[in-house]
Design a protein around this ligand. Structure first.
Ligand SMILES: [Zn+2]
Length: 143
């Protein structure tokens, strides 16, 4: 098979998907992945020691409120982890999840497409980044 100088968009997308799958497999092989479920309403904000920018490679997935569980479960399957994220927690949508690995972190975070809840996105982001920074999944020291 020879290579052609121009790729179709479809070929490029397939190539990207293969690269992402390889990266996911690599991350999984490197480290046990911590499953971190965000529920900002009940889990709150992280302690200050985890509430800082993440100093690694971030792979973010920004999704509409209501889509986080589907995305988190798809990501879990891709990483070879149990796909057990519930769509709702205590009557509220799952807001996001984080899968920290060595030197990289996958983050799914929600935004409110209606624009009513302007703080949601930044709060979920802070919460999940704290998991990337090592905040345990059972949320010790939440505030
Ligand atoms: Zn959490």
């Amino acid at each position: 098979m020879h290579t052609t100088p121009t790729k179709t968009l479809a070929q490029a997308v397939v190539g990207l998907a293969v690269a992402l799958a390889a990266l996911a497999a690599y991350a999984t092989a490197l480290y046990l992945i911590l499953i971190a479920i965000a529920s900002v309403a009940s889990a709150g904000m992280p302690p200050s020691r985890y509430d800082r920018p993440y100093d690694g490679y971030l792979i973010p997935f920004r999704v509409e409120l209501g889509q986080a569980a589907r995305t988190c479960n798809a990501l879990a399957r891709q990483l070879g982890q149990p796909a057990t994220h519930p769509r709702m927690i205590e009557g509220r949508h799952l807001y996001g999840c984080a899968y920290p690995a060595e030197g990289l972190c996958y983050v799914v975070y929600s935004y409110d497409p209606s624009g009513k809840d302007k703080r949601m996105e930044s709060n979920v982001w802070r919460h999940e980044i704290a998991h990337c920074n090592g905040w345990p999944a059972h949320h010790p020291g939440q505030r």
